[in-house]
Design a protein around this ligand. Structure first.
Ligand code: FES
Length: 554
């Protein structure tokens, strides 16, 4: 009676308590997360589907992480969203859950939560914005910002032009419409089998986004009735599929961290090295910004992810189960491609096999670092240069416009103390813009090395996710301006050309930075966060606990 009577205050009729499946709809809606602001409307469509299939839908909020507003970085809070959503899903009397996400961290955060609870679950991402349009040309979220920022520094664009362009870039609901992290993670959710085919690419304002949401409401009832859990879908085979799909779509390096973290919740063995070895025979098929030309709206009209997965054919595990309760091969068997300039055939790819994410190791990154080859300059993939070192991105920004900054086109910019513990939260600071004096000379790229991340919408020859990070005592902390650094991507090597005895002396003199917080979430996070090579989850959150907690006191 307690359960029913209090719920009746919302005006539900008594028959909804007849034992039908109760479906939670976890929504990361917030006006502070503009990419997710339409999710309350998506939730209404999900509810239609749940009612239609005989379930009882109940929407609840989960922490909304807006990439552009949260400071110091939304990544600091991905694990907090995962922890909050996990507990809400487990503690409430739910039979299944629909996960509504959009902006970068909301998709992995909710998948991590669902993985740790183990109730049947399906994801519906919010979809990308319509293409940006500025001065007659398409402009991509994020990617255009990096270019305009450089144009502004180099004097090629005025402040007034920038202000006008901002509105032209973001002209509808939805997440970033480049193949940035949000589009990548939506694609990863679909490639893993956790959202319906085509879910990743319908634009946020397309009626088919809402049709798909309604269908997801029906499908979750089917998953509950057949007790299909995330662990049955997100298997090692599913992660291998996702990693290969990420290479084919030219996806974000952030997928590396998020997929490792989700796998860690499920106990699926996945290592950083898998992201290199599994993609060596996978070409990039999709011609999307930041690596290519088009945007997500074009990707949708060209056939979306099913067309890519069909093209990959035998490179994927076709027998992997998905939320349709059919396997990948069945889902994509007849998927058409309508534009071969956007989704290219396997035999004539956009970029050849082996040009995706590379995992580097060496005395500068003993536990690994990554580089997105397709976003890099070919002439810098093998490079030896003199380091110019900054202990924060802010320290670099303070001098980036100085005409007498001691840099040239061979310089290796080192930006450190940007890792999970260091900043804290591992922000997207690695792709700092080039020094103004080099931009004015026409230099468009430099090797940059950082223990932070790079936006999925960004480009450049940037070595990321260096592990261990500087704040954890990684060798990156020992680099000094004037040292020589060798980057050899074909050999997967990153080395600091300084003798071991000199490095040992520098280590003896090194003192760790003070912790960034003495209480609250940031303290808990920095005490327990793991390094980038294992996904930056908190050490006590890896694994799963199931959907029962303690004793049921009611
Ligand atoms: Fe939200 Fe890019 S800022 S998806």
């Amino acid at each position: 009676m307690n359960h029913r009577s209090w719920m009746r205050s919302q005006g539900f009729t008594s028959e909804v308590f007849d034992g039908r499946p109760v479906i939670g709809i976890a929504t990361t809606w917030s006006e502070l997360a503009p990419c997710n602001v339409h999710l309350h409307r998506v939730a209404e469509s999900v509810k239609r589907g749940v009612w239609q299939a005989g379930g009882f839908p109940l929407e609840f909020p989960a922490m909304a992480l807006g990439e552009t507003l949260l400071r110091p970085t939304a990544m600091l809070y991905r694990n907090l969203l995962a922890m909050e959503a996990e507990e809400l899903i487990r503690a409430n009397p739910l039979d299944g859950v629909v996960l509504l996400s959009g902006c970068d961290k909301t998709t992995p955060g909710l998948l991590m939560a669902a993985a740790s609870v183990g109730l049947p679950a399906i994801m519906v991402t919010g979809g990308p914005k319509l293409n940006g349009k500025y001065q007659g040309a398409d402009v991509g979220s994020g990617t255009a910002v990096w270019r305009w920022e450089e144009d502004l520094l180099a004097g090629r664009m005025t402040q007034e032009e920038c202000a006008f362009a901002e509105g032209c870039m973001s002209r509808s609901d939805g997440h970033c419409m480049t193949m940035g992290t949000a589009s990548t993670m939506a694609s990863m959710a679909e490639a893993l089998g956790m959202q319906l085919p085509y879910s990743a690419s319908w634009p946020a304002v397309d009626s088919r986004r809402y049709e798909t949401a309604q269908r997801a409401g029906q499908v979750i009832i089917d998953l509950v009735e057949h007790d299909v859990t995330p662990a049955q879908i997100m298997t090692r085979a599913a992660f291998e599929n996702a990693i290969r799909v990420n290479a084919a779509i030219g996806g974000s390096t952030n997928a590396v961290i998020h997929l490792l973290a989700i796998a860690g919740r499920l106990g699926v063995p996945l290592e950083l090295g898998d992201f290199d070895t599994l993609i060596r025979d996978v070409p990039t098929l999709v011609n999307l910004q930041p690596s290519g030309k088009y945007l997500m709206e074009d990707f949708c009209y060209a056939g979306g992810l099913p067309a890519v997965m069909r093209e990959l054919g035998g490179l994927l595990h076709g027998d992997a189960l998905t939320v349709t309760r059919r396997c990948v091969a069945e889902n994509v068997r007849d998927a058409p491609c309508w534009n071969r300039d956007v989704i290219m055939p396997l035999g004539q790819p956009f970029q050849p096999a082996g040009t995706g994410t590379a995992v580097l190791r060496g005395n500068l990154a003993p536990d690994g670092a990554v580089i997105k080859q397709s976003a890099s300059s070919a002439h810098l993939l093998k490079h030896r240069g003199r380091a110019v070192v900054f202990d924060s991105p802010e320290a670099y920004y303070a001098v980036a416009a100085d005409e007498d900054l001691d840099v040239d086109e061979d310089t290796v910019l080192v930006i450190r103390y940007c890792g999970p513990k260091g900043y804290p939260g591992m922000p997207e600071t690695a792709n700092v813009p080039l020094p103004a004096k080099l931009l004015k000379r026409g230099v468009r790229d430099l090797v940059r090395i950082c223990d932070g991340r790079m936006s999925g919408t960004a480009y450049g020859t940037v070595v990321l996710h260096v592990a261990p990070e500087a704040a954890a005592g990684g060798p990156l902390a020992l680099v000094r301006t004037g040292d020589w650094i060798t980057l050899d991507v074909p050999a997967r090597a990153l080395s600091l050309d300084v003798p071991d005895d000199e490095l040992a002396a520098r280590r003896a003199a090194w003192t760790p930075p003070p912790p960034p917080a003495s209480r609250g979430w940031t303290w808990l996070y920095t005490q327990h966060v793991q390094q980038a090579d294992t996904g930056c989850d908190l050490d006590f959150l890896t694994g799963a606990s199931g959907h029962q907690v303690g004793r049921d006191s009611h």
